[in-house]
Design a binder for this molecule. Structure first.
Ligand code: PLP
Length: 431
């Protein structure tokens, strides 16, 4: 086990009783504030980069990235406009170009780093709509097509922007395909068909790790002249691994692409890339107009503020860039391959245990499985117990209406022993 313990949450009542009020007229001093944090409150936060943290989508920042996150915070660089942050933005753009090249986007593709995949999906939704409106293809309320397995932030982005989402049913694995899109499109009224301006596809579904059939999605988008957004917030790191790269075929046709280095590319939290095949699509939709910005909005290389809903921003892509520059691409490839290998090991261990059953064939680093004979409550009780006993941090999920277990691996330090020890606690004799 990693030496940093997992820890676990406490109730707000317990936290309130730790030290009482911390904010006072005279202040408690830095040493005391730090002591209270380190000895008290920090222990009530889960160590998300622990090698046994497999709930949701965890994080596994490299030492170099973590170190440089401190440098970024201490440097007070504004990553808003080229005028203020040129040197840092240049390096962020180098990292963005590298991500774009992994996907095979055209030369010149670019965008910016936003806070997370949710912000990236919102940007894609807005940029696609703006383009459709500008070309006169959309006049009233817009709509997009997506699969039911698309991330919840896609629905949220649609709600924020007052866009409708029409669902297309995925194939037996839940993959969004061109055929599914054609069927969903055909079932719509002519008026609704005219409102569709984009398809939101996923390169690594959060719940299952499944990658949509991006090549046929791209065909469909081409047929109907629709904006193609690919949400590879979680799965995008796998673009670097030759063994699974084929799953992403077609991603090169994306108009907008989201990849979160704070998920599976070893950056600390607050690092997601939104990349446009044609960055002017993003800038047309999201450049803020204000008299005090008039001059910086004139052609000045690259203003990250223009590529998403934000103005002031820290150069949150730099920790990722620093780590990538430090260790090199090979180290990244090997680290991704290692997590894929550990996910495969987990799948094999599940297959050979009679009390466990894989729910879906693994594509990336998410493993979804059932413990035969368990009720919904058993999954919750087991997950709670594992955290209470500091064995692992896991959370159940629901897949096709059934409660089951889901592990998501992004940490190359997760060992085979970690997996077997946790799975052993599901054995009938252990209950
Ligand atoms: C596929 C996908 N898209 C979007 C998101 C949202 O990303 P964030 O939590 O960084 O906003 C997630 C989060 O897990 C995700 O897996």
């Amino acid at each position: 086990m990693d030496s940093v313990p997992l820890d676990h949450p406490k109730s707000s009542k317990e936290l309130a009783s730790l030290y009482g009020a911390n904010i006072s007229e005279d202040g408690i001093g830095g040493e005391e504030a730090l002591r209270r944090f380190a000895e008290g409150y920090a222990l009530a936060t889960v160590t998300s980069d622990n090698p046994r943290s497999w709930a949701f989508v965890p994080v596994a920042p490299t030492k170099a990235a973590t170190l440089f996150d401190l440098v970024v915070s201490a440097s007070c660089i504004s990553g808003t406009t080229w005028l203020e942050g040129a040197g840092a933005i240049f390096l962020e753009n180098e990292a963005l170009s590298w991500l774009a090249s992994l996907a095979g986007l055209p030369a010149g593709a670019g965008g910016t780093f936003v806070s997370g995949g949710s912000a990236g999906n919102l940007a894609g939704m807005v940029a696609g709509r703006e383009k459709a409106r500008r070309l006169g293809k959309l006049t009233g309320k817009g709509a997009v097509l997506a699969s039911a397995d698309a991330h919840s932030s896609v629905t949220m982005a649609a709600r924020i922007t007052d866009v409708d989402v029409f669902l297309a049913e995925g194939d037996e694995m839940g993959k969004l395909t061109g055929a599914a899109l054609r069927k969903a499109f055909a079932s719509l009224s002519e008026t609704d068909q005219k409102r569709i301006y984009a398809v939101f596809s996923t390169g690594g579904v959060t719940n299952t790790g499944i990658v949509d059939d991006l090549a046929t999605v791209a065909d469909f988008c081409k047929e109907h002249e629709l904006w193609m957004h690919v949400d590879a917030a979680y799965g995008g790191g796998a673009l670097i691994a030759p063994e699974v790269r084929h799953l992403f075929d077609g991603i090169e046709h994306a108009n907008s692409l989201v990849i979160d280095p704070h998920k599976w590319l070893f950056a600390p939290f607050d690092c997601a890339a939104i990349i446009y095949a044609d960055p002017t699509d993003g800038a047309r939709a999201m450049t803020q107009e204000a008299s005090y910005l008039d001059d910086v909005n004139k052609e000045r290389d690259w203003n990250p503020a223009s590529f998403a809903y934000h103005l002031t921003r820290r150069v949150r892509g730099l920790p990722f860039w620093f780590s990538l520059a430090t260790y090199g691409v090979r180290a990244y490839r090997e680290a991704i391959e290692q997590t894929l290998a550990i996910a495969e090991f987990c799948a094999q261990e599940i297959r050979r245990r009679p009390y466990l059953e894989l729910a879906i064939d693994r594509e990336l680093s998410v493993v979804v499985f059932r413990r035969l004979g368990w009720s919904d409550a058993d999954y919750v009780a087991w997950s709670d117990k594992l955290l209470d006993e500091q064995v692992a941090f896991v959370q159940p999920t629901t897949y096709r209406g059934e409660r089951m277990m889901r592990f998501c691996f992004v940490n190359p330090l997760t060992s085979q022993f970690d997996i077997t020890e946790v799975l052993d606690t599901m054995a009938p004799t252990q209950i």
